[in-house]
Design a protein around this ligand. Structure first.
Ligand SMILES: [Zn+2]
Length: 336
């Protein structure tokens, strides 16, 4: 079921787990991620980064994501990742995203506050949640080698001020994490994270999840991380799988088979992350999350919900096809 980010993160923050946020580039990613979440009975964030807009048209793909999210048996958030301007934020909200991340981290503090505040006012007026970033997470998604620079780490005192001045719902932090693959071992500054949590008092977001050891994820979650952005490694796993398949059988010429393999690799990696992030099985326990989701009741409800336009068209088409089939003699094209 399509839900709001703050509902899901509030629950994660209270109960000490994190929700995985996985980037979508096309339908293979979307199918792999949603299948994984349903199999693991876990809430999930499906997100599209502005830097990935070149791979798909958000006006075209979002109705499909919404359609699938609505029918999912687990809570699904559709979020904009690293929105760089108010224009993009408004565009995503109009498409039906239930969360937006505004990234003003390259701006001077006062300007970041001003613009984030504006985004919060716009988004909250229609019930959309807002994530914003303070400090700067370096590197870029899906690329080689980022290095975390301490001068860009989030300042704990400033974090509290930023949250209070903007009214945001979730704060993305820079504590040694970078986008893309890490050069060398990632070293997260847990003391800083603890101080940020105490000062900010809202769910925190860890970007650049690829390459962080599982134990570091668990520790970060204990210290207030409630959403983890994960893309690069998931994408690499899909490439790795396609390479293996081609290596086994170089005669493969059909792209459709490779795309299925890629989707399976994505599903497997997302399932694995969901287990590490501690959100596996959350939907099997009755909780206050059910009040906003009820996805698990899909298909089980005794009352018949009103038909949506697309269902209506589907039913009518089915009925017409059945009638034509039954009256095959009169209406069929036959063989003559
Ligand atoms: Zn990011």
């Amino acid at each position: 079921m399509l839900v709001n980010l703050s509902d899901v993160l509030g629950h994660a923050y209270r109960y000490g787990y994190a929700v995985g946020a996985f980037n979508v580039i096309n339908l293979e990613f979307l199918n792999g991620i949603l299948e994984a979440a349903e199999r693991q009975r876990s809430p999930v964030v499906v997100q599209i980064a502005e830097v990935h807009f070149k791979y798909m048209d958000i006006e075209e793909i979002t109705p499909t994501i919404k359609h699938m999210a609505d029918r999912a048996s687990v809570p699904v958030v559709i979020s904009l990742d690293h929105g760089e301007s108010v224009g993009t934020i408004v565009r995503a909200i109009r498409c039906g995203f239930t969360a937006v991340m505004f990234d003003g981290s390259k701006l001077p503090f006062e300007e970041n506050v001003e613009q984030t505040k504006l985004v919060v006012q716009i988004a909250h007026s229609v019930g959309v949640s807002v994530e914003a970033e303070l400090g700067r997470v370096g590197g870029s998604e899906g690329t080689e080698g980022g290095v975390a620079r301490e001068e860009f780490f989030t300042d704990p005192d400033q974090a509290g001020e930023f949250v209070r001045m903007t009214g945001l719902d979730a704060l993305a932090v820079a504590i040694g994490n970078v986008h893309g693959f890490y050069k060398g071992e990632p070293k997260l500054d847990f003391e800083r994270l603890r101080a940020i949590r105490d000062s900010a008092g809202v769910p925190l977001v860890l970007h650049g999840g690829s390459g962080i050891p599982d134990d570091d994820f668990r520790k970060a979650i204990q210290l207030g991380i409630a959403k983890i952005n994960y893309f690069t490694e998931m994408s690499r796993k899909a490439v790795q799988r396609v390479r293996e398949v081609l290596g086994r059988d170089s005669r493969i010429v059909g792209l459709q088979d490779l795309m299925l393999e890629a989707k399976e690799a994505i599903r497997k990696e997302v399932e694995d992350r969901i287990q590490v992030f501690g959100s596996a099985g959350i939907c099997d326990r009755r909780s206050d999350l059910c009040a906003v989701c009820r996805g698990c009741e899909i298909g089980r409800s005794s009352e018949t919900p009103p038909l949506e336009e697309d269902q209506l068209v589907e039913r009518v088409t089915e009925a017409v096809m059945r009638i034509l089939w039954e009256k095959g003699g009169a209406y069929g094209t036959g063989s003559e």
